[in-house]
Design a protein around this ligand. Structure first.
Ligand code: ZN
Length: 392
């Protein structure tokens, strides 16, 4: 029976050599052409700026920033950054006027992410103005500090506190301005809420909340850390054959299981590895790396997804799992697998059989995320899922 969610992976597996013809010489023109295509479709009107970093124009600005940071694209740096600034300036104007302050505080869907990316782009351009969006970002902590500031669950990644913390982590990583944003963050609200979360996926549920808590564990008390680790163990124990159900207690149906960043194994991998740079808990739980590796096998089998090229529930999101596993293990097999997934994105089979994406320019569902992946494949030692690092 044909799998409705993914293409069959007919690629032979790694036999000791990476694919030829995927070096910078071949890949840079492909990336540049993809960016040209994206820029032809991204809206340039203030009224079309909704969707935040997830699927709004702001995600394109982030992609341009990311590409401009890569030395292989130095000749394009100026023009990409200038375009990024035009797009993010428009997004900032849009979100400044957002009447719902909770949406202004949202990371992937609202203002917090847009302000953070604006600060990064301004800084790259050498503009002292980067302090302005940074100040707007910092002031948002007051919005998301009250424990139930959202009705839909105040802790998740897209619009809740985990998202705010994630944006702060990106700022720490890219701008080195940790204390500037950390002072106002109330982590305790987050850890109190852990046990209430009932959805498991990275995008909306427990795993991204836990990842953020692990990323800030130096700010937690001993008892809170124990609670976080108990929750991590609990989540890991929900595994069913290298995957995790989208909701606690659900039974995964093997034939058509979800293997997405937003639901299922790929996003979970990142959650498990959030503590990687912290050696003590990492060695306390060596079995987590084994779980990651085994989940990576599932992604190799079922990760050629039919929902488009993107990073949220598409082929590039699956391929980011291999780049993460490469960084964790140093095994070139994972670069090879990522190369195969990159290759697949340009096949007729993929073009003919994958679902069309409404906003093809978008960072999470469309080509901007794919471009980030293709660039990261050229620099696998620095690769990381966009805006969601586990190596800070
Ligand atoms: Zn998704």
């Amino acid at each position: 029976m044909e799998n409705t969610r993914c293409f069959a992976n007919r690629f032979s597996d790694y036999k000791g050599a990476l694919l030829p013809g995927q070096g910078a010489e071949a890949a840079v023109p492909v990336v540049v052409a993809s960016i040209d295509k994206i820029l032809q479709t991204v809206p340039i009107d203030l009224s079309d700026c909704d969707g935040g970093l997830y699927d709004g124009p702001a995600g394109v600005a982030y992609m341009l920033y990311h590409v401009s940071e890569c030395p292989l694209f130095s000749e394009y740096r100026d023009v990409y950054l200038k375009t990024a600034k035009q797009i993010i300036d428009m997004s900032v104007r849009y979100v400044d006027a957002e009447p719902d302050k909770n949406m202004r505080a949202a990371f992937l869907l609202g203002g917090a992410g847009i302000y953070a990316v604006a600060a990064m782009i301004y800084k790259s351009l050498g503009l002292a103005d980067f302090v302005k969006p940074l100040t707007k970002f910092r002031n948002l902590w007051e919005v998301c500090a009250p424990i139930h500031f959202l009705e839909c669950g105040s802790d998740e990644l897209f619009v809740g506190r985990a998202g705010y913390l994630c944006a702060a982590l990106v700022l720490k990583q890219k701008l080195g301005i940790e204390d500037y944003v950390r002072k106002g963050i109330q982590h305790k609200n987050l850890s109190n809420e852990i046990c209430r979360a009932t959805r498991c996926g990275a995008a909306h549920g427990l795993s991204s909340v836990l990842q953020m808590l692990l990323s800030y564990q130096d700010m937690l008390s001993g008892a809170e850390k124990d609670l976080v680790w108990q929750s991590v163990d609990f989540l890991m124990n929900q595994e069913q054959n290298c995957n995790w159900p989208a909701e606690l207690g659900a039974i995964i149906e093997r034939e058509n299981e979800l293997v997405h960043w937003c639901h299922g194994a790929p996003g979970k991998l990142r959650a498990v590895n959030a503590h990687h740079p912290v050696p003590v808990p990492w060695f306390r739980k060596p079995q987590y790396l084994d779980k990651c590796i085994r989940s990576g096998e599932l992604v190799w089998q079922k990760g050629l997804l039919k929902k488009g090229p993107g990073i949220c529930h598409g082929v590039a999101g699956s391929a980011y799992v291999f780049l993460l596993l490469y960084r964790l293990t140093g095994n070139s097999k994972y670069i090879y697998r990522a190369q195969r997934f990159a290759e697949f994105l340009f096949t007729e089979e993929f073009k003919a059989g994958s679902r069309s994406v409404t906003r093809i320019y978008s960072l999470f569902e469309g080509l901007s995320g794919t471009v980030c992946f293709l660039v990261d494949l050229l620099q696998p030692d620095q690769s990381e899922f966009p805006l969601f690092s586990v190596f800070v």
